[in-house]
Design a protein around this ligand. Structure first.
Ligand code: UTP
Length: 231
């Protein structure tokens, strides 16, 4: 991968807060990994998701009110991403840009730090879309989507045990596999709103799960496990 341009990582909240508790062991490994790669000259934007925190609040609000708008549910998710992003930014305080990106219209001018942390912004999408905005605005060399989903499958592997993983797919093919309509807290490899934008920008997205050795292989241009979605 091209080291001279930044890499955008969409860090699924499922890796930060898998089930209500923070995965400190994983975040410690991530901390060491990112620092090592920065020492080697890489630069990163890390967009942090809401994970179980987002889904718990969304579920609770639905249960209590019975009737609630997607807009309100999305805002609960957005606040969860803000908390998780501040947590990650605190860990990297000595090397990260001081401002967590919460408003994507305020572009960072003459960025000096090798690492920037970002979070959710507006309702109607997930942090996958925010990660796409960073690719566009900071001329990143790649978008790497890390979450508890390791591959794109030809059908939902939770429902079909004969689902087959896909190594390479184009955006048209990927669009056919997912629900086109946005719904708050949805768990898909890459969200439909971000997909639309990636298709328009001819962007390549790597869906790779959580393994950091695997991430290293991808960065270094070696064989890796995961799905490449491109034009
Ligand atoms: P996330 O993007 O945090 O999903 O959005 P996640 O938890 O990381 O998902 P995984 O781990 O990749 O599967 C959480 C929720 O926050 C709202 C949406 O409701 C989304 O489902 N959100 C997030 C927005 O409305 N806008 C944003 O820009 C980001």
């Amino acid at each position: 991968m091209d080291k001279s341009r930044p890499i955008v990582i969409s860090l699924g909240g499922s890796l930060v807060v898998p089930n209500g508790g923070i995965d400190t062991a994983y975040i410690s490994q991530l901390n060491n990994f990112i620092r090592k790669k920065i020492d080697e000259g890489w630069r990163f934007f890390v967009v942090v998701g809401g994970g179980a925190t987002a889904r718990h609040y969304i579920k609770a609000a639905k249960k209590i009110t019975g009737e609630i708008s997607d807009w309100d549910l999305d805002f609960l998710g957005i606040h969860a991403t803000h908390l998780n992003a501040h947590f990650i930014r605190t860990i990297f305080k000595d090397i990260a840009h001081p401002r967590v990106i919460l408003n994507y219209e305020k572009k960072i001018e003459s960025l000096k730090e090798p690492l920037v942390i970002a979070a959710g912004w507006k309702p109607g999408c997930s942090t996958d879309y925010d990660a796409m905005l960073l690719v566009r605005d900071y001329k990143a060399s790649a978008l790497i989507n890390m979450s508890n989903i390791e591959w794109v499958y030809n059908k939902d592997p939770k429902k079909h045990n004969n689902a087959i993983f896909i190594k390479k797919i184009n955006w048209q093919g990927y669009e056919k596999l997912i629900d086109k309509k946005w719904s708050p807290g949805v768990n898909v490899p890459f969200d439909p709103v971000a997909t639309k934008m990636a298709k328009k920008l001819n962007c390549t997205v790597y869906i790779i799960g959580k393994n950091l050795e695997n991430l290293n292989s991808l960065l270094e241009g070696r064989d890796f496990k995961g799905t490449v979605i491109s034009s």
